[in-house]
Design a protein around this ligand. Sequence first.
Ligand code: SF4
Length: 215
Amino acid sequence: METHSGDVAVSLRRPKGRTAPLGLPWPQVSREQWNDYRWQLSHRITSVDALAELCRIPAEEAQRLSRVTDIYRLGITPYYLSLIRFDDPDDPIARQCVPSAEEVFGAQDGEDDPLEEEKDMPVPGLTHRYPDRCLMVVTNFCSMYCRHCTRKRIWTLGEAAKTEFELSKMFAYVRRHEEIRDVIVSGGDPLTLPTDRIEHILKGLRKISHVEIIR
Ligand code: SF4
């Protein structure tokens, strides 16, 4: 893993009684880099091997987790990793972002789409369940992938944003349905999109006169 150097070494959060992950490989990162979401994104931990090295996960367990991430991808920013108390097996931050074998073993008891969003999806990516509102999934990408996510099924489609064509289909649907006054722009994390793409989505919705709320 690449190590960056900078002017001011960041003091990673080590509250009293907590243990920062051993071998955190960015001891010299500058505060400016650390606080820059682009640096965080470009240094995400995305493989079990990298995670195992940082968190001293035993080889056998790492192998089991690799079988999970073969299906449900892994993504943890250095910032999020630095919040984990590795001396606590039930650390809530770790539970949120570190894969667990339970995600796939016994998966036959669960649902890929537990909220049944796909059943109310008239065009790909747009869920219209309640008459006056709809939800647009504009990207599959998240900086960190929550293990409890109810949209894990879209992770398997790759870390991609919706294309202009796909967005235009969603806009057309909203235009045709005058009962829709509230649009939720969702994902993935829409705020990871480039500014001009966010602007394109907001402007596209703003042009539809019956849409009163965009959130
Ligand atoms: S969509 Fe939300 S819950 Fe799912 S991984 Fe992204 S941030 Fe987490």
